[in-house]
Design a protein around this ligand. Structure first.
Ligand code: KIV
Length: 270
């Protein structure tokens, strides 16, 4: 059967979508099988997020995941996709403080995985890294608001930029990232009014997670949307499945069938 022809999503496509007011859909994926499903479903952007540190590796934060591990996840995702734009997070420690190191990290991701773009967290503090990566022709996505790599500085996962000083810094950082040449920005867990204001003030697409409806698109962690993670229940999360219970139930049934010798039956053997 002929493979369906899709137009591949590019950074340019995302810009056009913002211009015509079409919302952008984005989800995380870290492995071949899930990436294939969500690409077939025609997700616009796949983020190989450093949330892999939490949902794939079981760490309590995104800090421990390494550049090699991010590249491994990105390679698995890239093998699966036909259509989506694949953005990969630069992990903690691979870009802060040294823009040459940042460029090296970004080049490794692009070269070794075949990804289409990278994402990094922060504004003014990382602007030299952003500029240097962009100068090599690598598309960069920013990430402001609740930036999980700074969780130990924040001390809490609550909503960011509620105070005017932090909101002002976010406005300035968003402009800086746009002026530097980023193709988009993720805004995480900030007041909806502020997210809308920033979105309206920029020409590049703004993707929100816990940032309300006034942004250009939405991103969620796939494992949260599918109900694989049970304990994580922020207000912004909409679960579309309860996969934890479905998978657990299926495995319990399998165990029961093995123990009772119901599986395999006559038709399930050679
Ligand atoms: O790593 C991640 O999953 C992310 C999203 C929450 C935006 O950065």
């Amino acid at each position: 059967m002929a493979k369906t022809e899709f137009k591949k999503v590019t950074t340019h496509t995302l810009h056009e979508m913002k211009m015509r007011g079409e919302k952008i859909s984005m989800l995380t994926a870290y492995d071949f099988s899930f990436a294939k499903i969500i690409d077939d479903a025609q997700i616009d952007v796949i983020l190989v997020g450093d949330s892999a540190s939490n949902v794939m590796a079981g760490h309590i934060s995104t800090l421990p995941i390494t550049l090699d591990q991010m590249i491994y996840h990105a390679q698995s995702v890239i093998r699966a996709i036909d259509r989506a734009l694949v953005v990969v997070d630069l992990p903690f420690g691979s870009y802060q403080g040294d823009s040459k190191e940042a460029l090296k990290s970004a080049i490794r991701i692009m070269k070794e995985s075949g990804a289409h773009a990278i994402k990094l967290e922060g504004g003014a503090e990382v602007i030299e890294s952003v500029k240097r990566i962009l100068s090599a022709g690598i598309p960069v996505m920013g990430h402001l608001g609740l930036t999980p790599q700074s969780i130990f500085k924040f001390g809490t996962y609550t909503v960011r930029a509620k105070e005017e000083a932090e909101a002002n810094k976010l406005r300035t950082d968003a402009k800086l990232l746009e002026e530097a040449g980023c193709f988009g920005i993720v805004l995480e867990k900030i007041p909806a009014d502020l997210a809308k204001e920033v979105t309206d003030s920029l020409n590049i697409p703004v993707i929100g997670i816990g940032a309300g409806a006034g942004v250009d698109g939405q991103v969620l962690v796939l494992h949260d949307l599918l109900g694989i993670t049970k304990e994580f229940n922020p207000r912004f999360l909409r679960r579309y499945l309860n996969l934890y219970d479905s998978v657990k139930g299926a495995v319990e049934n399998y165990i029961k069938d093995v123990k009772s010798q119901d599986f395999p039956n006559d038709k399930e053997q050679y």
